[in-house]
Every structure is written in C-alpha cells, then in structure tokens.
Design a protein around this ligand. Sequence first.
Ligand code: F6P
Length: 487
Amino acid sequence: MTRSRRRRSPGDVRAELVVLANRLPVDRVVHADGSEDWRRSPGGLVSALAPVMAANRGAWIGWPGDVMEECEIFEHDGITLVPIGISQQEYEEYYEGFSNATLWPLYHDLVAKPEFHREWWDAYVAVNRRFAETAAEVAAEGATVWVQDYQLQLVPSLLRELRSDLRIGFFLHIPFPPAELFSQLPWRRELLEGLLGADLVGFQLSGAAQNFIRLVRQRVGHKTHRDTVYLPDGRTVVAKAFPISIDTAQFEKLAASPGVQARAKQIRDDLGNPRRIFLGIDRLDYTKGIYARMRAFSELIHDGHFSVEEATFVQVASPSRERVDQYRKLRDETDRLVGHINGDLGRIGRPAISYLNASFPQSEMAALFVACDIMVVTPFRDGMNLVAKEYVACRLHEDGALVLSEFAGAAEELRQAFLVNPYDINGMKAQMLAAYRADPKDLGRRMRAMRRTVAENDVANWANAFLTELTTPRPAHDKHLRPVKRA
Ligand code: F6P
C-alpha cells in the first residue's frame, strides 16, 4: 500500500473515471503492533474495474466502513480512494434505516415489511448530497462517473445539477420492484428523478428496466419509448439490463490451486466422507431463504430419503447488518432451527447441518465449492446471486449440481440448474432429491452448459459493456415536449 503524506483535497484529484459506491473497495486491517493497513475487499466489481481505473486516472468515492467523520484521500493499487465520512446518526438513519430497512425490503418483494420514516429520508438525501458534491470536485472536465446501487439513487441528479459536463451512469445491483410495490414509497417521484440524472441506468434484468420505464411514465410523466426516456431539455436516458458476473478465470485458478484442492479434500474428510454434501453460502439475510432451505433438507432426512451418514449440509451464513431488527430476529430463528434439527436428527460426530455464522476468505469459499456436491441457492428474491456463478466456475470437472431459485437473477442465465420456487417446500424437496439422485451424465451436461455461460459473460465483459454504452455519444433528441408538472 502507498499512502500519500500530503493531505489532498478532492479538487486535487481530477479523475477521468469516477466510481461511487456506498463502500470503498478496501478493508482496514489492524496489525498486532497496532499499525493499520488497507487490503482490497474481495468481490468482482473492484477486480473488473481496477485495470480500467488504473489506466484512466480513476477515483473511487465511498464510505470506509467505520463510523468516523474524517479520513484522508489515499492511493491503493493505482486507484485514488476518496473516503466519505458518515456520523453515527447517519449510519443509523441513512445506512441501517433508509437503505436497509426501507429500500432493501421494498425492492425485494416486501419479503420483510419496509419502514417509512421521514428523518431516515432526510439523512439519505444529506448523505447522497455529500457523495454528489465530492464527485463534482473529484471529476475532471467531461469525465465519466459510474454510481453504484440503491444507497446512492439520488446522486445522478444531484451531481448533474453541479456538473452538466459529465457522462453519468448508474447501476442497480439489487432488483427493481414492479410499480405496484414501488408506489408505496412516499418519496417515489424524488427517487425516480434522482435516477433520471443519469445518461444510462443499468439493471440486472430487463424486467427491472421495464418496471423503471413504466414508473417514469406513470409517476413523472415523461415520454418513453422502449428503453429510452425523453426529457424536455433534449436529454435522453436509456434504461436496460446488464447482468453482472464474476471474475471467472480467477475462480477457476483458485479452484485448481493445490492449496484449495488439499483443503477441499480435508473438508470432505472432516465431514466423514458422506455420499453427498449440500452447501449454502449466503449473507445472513431474510431474502436468502436459508430457513426454508434448512427445513426442506431436514424433512428429506426425516422422510427417510437419506441418512445423516449419507448426506450432510454445510451452511455458511456471514453476519450482516446485525443491528437492524429484522436481521437480529433472523439470526435467532436460524440458530434455533439448526439446533432443533441437529438435536432431532444428528448423531455423535454427524450433525445434519454444519452451520457456520462467519465470513471466510475467498480461498476457503473456493475449497467449499470444490468439496461440495450440491450447491443450494434459494433466495425469495435476489438481484443476481454471484455465489451461484462462483460455484459453477469452481466445478472444473463439470460435475456437481446447482439448485437455484427461479427468483434469483442468475436463473435467467443458468437455465440448466435444478430450478425451484423457494416458497414451495415440497417442490424444493423434490428438486434437492433429484439433484441428490441425478445421473452423472445429466449433471455433466447441465454443468458444461452453465460453465460456458459464466466463461462467456464474466465481470470484465459486464463492465466493458456498460462503460462502452455509457461513453458512446448520443445526440440530443428533437422531440418537442412540454415540461412535466411538479407533484
Ligand atoms: O448488492 C447488495 C449490497 O448491499 C451491496 O451494495 C453491498 O456491497 C453488499 O450487498 C453487502 O451489504 P452491506 O454493504 O450492507 O454490508
């Protein structure tokens, strides 16, 4: 890591490509001697963008992950990192509140009930404004700015008001709900207008882009045609799907490495070499369907389809947003259910479920992907779900089964998975059993096709496709439109 000594202000940066995301792409590491360092966070987005950012004087604006007011601009891996300070109150109202207790459940089919609080909205506006003001200072003349995800939906319009010379893109990593759900939001028009500050608004699926276009027509009153919104000032906004992916080659390399191969064998030995190992890896989030999946698996044992000697389930649930009520409740319910299942069905040294409430490095995840035979990904709603793609990338021998929710974005591409409706426990049991009993030839045919998909569309292709479309010049339209009325 190289950290600049002189204090730099955002105006010194003058970046040609600016990325804004709620979090910076680095994690703070504190060493035994008390010294601090930054390490690149795992994740495809940063690995896809790192080369293009390094080549284009790139800057990344985000929150460093701790509640603090002050943090200096610094360089890491050729990218300028511009930290945004967030106070304790903003953390509670902007991050835990409006982002994760209002928008998150609202955008995920109301799997939990969203809360609407005016003071949370005020904090969301204030933090979005701080991001936009910082970007306005950091960006060079005519620069490209790429805003990421639901925490920052007002940034495109706030930034355009300050800097009309910029090319602004926005990508939503989570689902975008249908008009019937989105319309509950008291600030629906403000959010739509926030996004309309962008030239290009990207979604995981084309259905989400259509939801957005329909809402813009209904709630803001702009003229639209197919994927394009026509604004009275001559500007057009394009909304379309760019399904995100993973760094496929990096996962393949990791899976092939001797360390990961040895660790995978060790995991199988530690689990007593059962006939089949099921695997779930998720953030501990109520959208992921962990509870229903555990019930389905336990019923398969209970019904006598296999014993705990023949099959076991490894569930990794990494802690997430732990102070938000719904997440706290989910943790208690999951702990109780796993205890109950293991108490009922487990034998000495043979729990039905090995439940790990922890986060692991990427190499351990890869070892789990290599070790386990049936990956179970059953969210009630998910923008994409990259874990499903990571599992496929790690199955170098074209074996293993993927059980995948129809309601994960990944299901549009990974059609050869054992698809399930996560609300239908019997249906889920049937597909998990079909995966357990499947003929290796059938598994090979499915896995080969899915591996082709993740090889063809990796995260670098995704980023290139978005940035190419964003930076392609688009002439002003010549339609005569009346300004829309304010609500
Ligand atoms: O895409 C969903 C998302 O909220 C990302 O924005 C984020 O990187 C990830 O999930 C983890 O969530 P959080 O930043 O709240 O820990």
